[in-house]
Design a protein around this ligand. Structure first.
Ligand SMILES: [Zn+2]
Length: 282
């Protein structure tokens, strides 16, 4: 009898845990622009299958929320403005959800670095070509489990020295735009994990220097670059607030800082959308 009661209570607790899961999560700020995020509620209470959502052929995050789901979709910085659509698969049914991506003009930033970091030697070029697929594969990680939350803690205390989306000109030559957030801090400043996750890559790369990549679940993957030292190993599970390394100036940099990248469905989006919103309007 007591056992039965306990079983009933624990199954109630379990279902409460399961169903309050997504509802209790803080969602990122929606911003339907290149480099932003769109939140798409999916209502289909009759269906027992969890929907799968795809954007540009890449699986996107879906969170369960009591009687509905919510897709959290990253919009790549190089996405064309205008009409776009996600594909929603529910059981055997597939439908599309269209939305409009508005434009944003990002400003240009001019930087001067060592010439060999802009005009690459054939050796360095070969190294970059070897490294890119490894970095891309780590950033494309998609784990089925939901992230514990979608609000992140800024991993390093310090001013954000340049923002996401800047068009970059290195030594007078246009290069890829900036797809992360730079946080200025002295070499040796500890970097803390902004949200529980598993280390999927840790290594040294030509442009990114010493780098750590963390998988938080459902395609939310974060990246930490230019580290002076890495203090975690691939496979380690880190909790929010665990140290993962120290700020440095390795790779292509003009000075010590953390480059922080945050990706959804393999698209680097603006990390600021995951930071706590000010409780009072500025
Ligand atoms: Zn950067």
């Amino acid at each position: 009898m007591l056992f039965k009661k306990l079983a009933q209570v624990s199954s109630l607790v379990l279902s409460l845990l399961l169903y309050s899961n997504a509802a209790a999560k803080n969602l990122p700020t929606q911003s339907v622009i290149p480099g932003g995020i769109i939140l798409i509620p999916i209502k289909d209470a009759a269906q027992k299958n969890t929907p799968q959502v795809f954007f540009s052929g890449r699986r996107a995050m879906v969170l369960r929320n009591t009687n509905e789901w919510i897709a959290v979709v990253g919009i790549p910085l190089d996405q064309q403005t205008g009409t776009a659509a996600v594909e929603i698969q529910l059981g055997t049914h597939t439908r599309t959800h269209s939305f409009n991506i508005s434009g944003k003009t990002y400003t240009t930033q001019k930087l001067n670095v060592a010439p060999k970091q802009v005009d690459l030697s054939s050796e360095d070029l070969a190294r970059v070509e070897r490294e890119q697929p490894k970095i891309r594969a780590a950033m494309a990680t998609f784990s089925e489990h939901e992230p514990l939350d979608l609000q992140l803690v800024q991993p390093v205390k310090g001013p954000r020295s340049s923002s996401y989306g800047l068009r970059r000109v290195f030594n007078g030559q246009a290069r890829n735009p900036h797809t992360g957030m730079d946080i200025a801090a002295p070499t040796g400043t500890p970097i803390y994990t902004p949200l529980t996750g598993r280390v999927v890559d840790a290594g040294n790369y030509f442009f990114n220097g010493n780098t750590v990549i963390i998988d938080h679940g459902q395609g939310l993957v974060s990246m930490y670059c230019h580290l002076n030292s890495i203090t975690v190993l691939v496979g380690a599970v880190l909790n929010t607030g665990d140290k993962l390394g120290e700020v440095g100036a390795t790779g292509r940099v003009t000075g010590p800082h953390l480059h922080w990248g945050v990706a959804l469905n393999h698209a680097f989006v603006d990390p600021v959308l995951f930071l706590e919103r000010p409780s009072v309007a500025p």
